[in-house]
Design a binder for this molecule. Structure first.
Ligand SMILES: Nc1ncnc2c1ncn2[C@@H]1O[C@H](COP(=O)(O)OP(=O)(O)OP(=O)(O)O)[C@@H](O)[C@H]1O
Ligand SMILES: Nc1nc2c(c(=O)[nH]1)N[C@H]1C(S)=C(S)[C@@H](COP(=O)(O)O)O[C@H]1N2
Length: 166
């Protein structure tokens, strides 16, 4: 599986804060055997976020595109709106499960407006900006990702018993 990671951060883009979220996600994904083919950082600007997602989904075509940051309630948090602009199809369950699992960790999980969905052949998932939060959310939904990306690409794998909790 190939993946891309987009860090959405005003401070990071201004060089005011080292992006620790992006590299941590790369490390976690490498542990799952995922090849990182694109990484990038943009400020919390809707058009820039949307342009990066379109570019990667339409040209680089990684199976998985993760964003980290900008999913909260701060005035400049617009990652979900940018993501919805570029999606062909919405996958509500990813955001639902991320919030449900995160609520077991922090009540602040209700502040996450993260969305996920499909653009062409890429699965796009929003993660929160805090590095710890990003990993927690990714781990919460990871069991469904390999099957999701194979079905998005038209593989005929059937769904019976896939990832069933033991
Ligand atoms: N607790 C944290 N520790 C380290 N880095 C963080 C933390 N929270 C956020 N970041 C970095 O900021 C990025 C954007 O996350 P978030 O949207 O929460 O930032 P912010 O705090 O709203 O401010 P900004 O958008 O200016 O970075 C993250 O991808 C990560 O690189
Ligand atoms: N698992 C988990 N989910 C989490 C968090 C966290 O620390 N752990 N942070 C919450 C907080 S404080 C916010 S503001 C929202 C959105 O974060 P973002 O604005 O950094 O994207 O994610 C929420 N979801």
């Amino acid at each position: 599986m190939k993946a891309a990671i987009l860090t959405v951060s005003d401070k990071g883009s201004r060089g005011q804060r080292e992006d620790s979220g992006g590299p941590l996600l790369q490390q976690w994904l490498a542990g799952q055997g995922v090849e990182i083919v694109c990484t990038g950082m943009v400020p919390d600007e809707l058009e820039q976020i949307a342009a990066a997602l379109r570019e990667w989904a339409d040209h680089d075509q990684p199976e998985l595109i993760l964003t980290t940051g900008g999913t909260g309630v701060s005035p400049r948090d617009v990652t979900p709106e940018a993501t919805l602009q570029v999606l062909d199809r919405l996958l509500p369950g990813f955001g639902e499960l991320m919030r449900a699992e995160s609520l077991k960790i922090t009540p602040m999980a209700i502040l996450s407006r993260a969305v996920a969905g499909i653009r062409k052949q890429s699965l796009i998932i929003n993660l929160p900006g805090s590095p710890k939060g990003a990993i927690e959310n990714l781990a919460a939904i990871w069991a469904a990702v390999p099957h999701a990306v194979s079905k998005i690409r038209g593989d005929s794998a059937d769904c019976d018993g896939i990832g069933r909790r033991q």
